[in-house]
Design a protein around this ligand. Structure first.
Ligand SMILES: [Zn+2]
Length: 167
């Protein structure tokens, strides 16, 4: 690890600790030439396999880009999306595999997105769970309702559902 201050090609580890979530190791290093200290963070690499067969590194930005489309016109903030992407990464990493399918990443989005915004959730789920008919939406909405025990904004849900029928 090069020193970020003087670019010296070596550094000494003076402290090493695992992050609270166990997903990364933080090392405190010292440069033997200029004596300055800096930190590095080490995480296992995580590869996402797309359906096309292409493999690419997991990217929170890509998660956010996908979810943002589903959140169009919804009261969801950039901070909330960033937190969601972090939750998705934690979920995917918990499986402990170095490679995951893009589909698994999509599925990991569902639970936190549902917490955030139910309409965005339905839009997203319609893609990742391959909803094929209004009945699929009705079933998903029924599950949301049953969990909530609430009624009253059904017509809004239906209107939103109809909009995403034609992707
Ligand atoms: Zn240095």
């Amino acid at each position: 690890m090069h020193c970020p201050f003087c670019q010296f090609a070596d550094s000494r580890v003076v402290d090493s600790r695992t992050s609270d979530d166990g997903q990364s190791i933080r090392r405190r290093r010292q440069c033997p030439r200029c004596g300055r200290r800096f930190s590095t963070s080490e995480t296992a690499s995580l590869t996402v396999l797309k359906r096309s067969g292409v493999a690419e590194p997991f990217s929170r930005d890509k998660v956010i880009a996908g979810v943002r489309k589903a959140c169009q016109g919804r009261p969801v903030t950039g901070d909330q999306l960033a937190r969601l992407a972090q939750q998705v990464e934690e979920t995917v990493r918990t499986a402990g595999r170095a490679e995951v399918d893009a589909h698994d990443v999509g599925v990991a989005v569902l639970a936190p997105l549902r917490e955030l915004d139910e309409v965005a959730y339905l839009r997203y789920a319609s893609v990742y769970q391959a909803f094929e008919s209004l009945e699929d939406f009705e079933a998903a909405i029924a599950v949301l309702r049953a969990d909530q025990g609430s009624a009253g904004h059904g017509s809004a849900d239906r209107r939103e559902s109809a909009e995403v029928q034609a992707p």
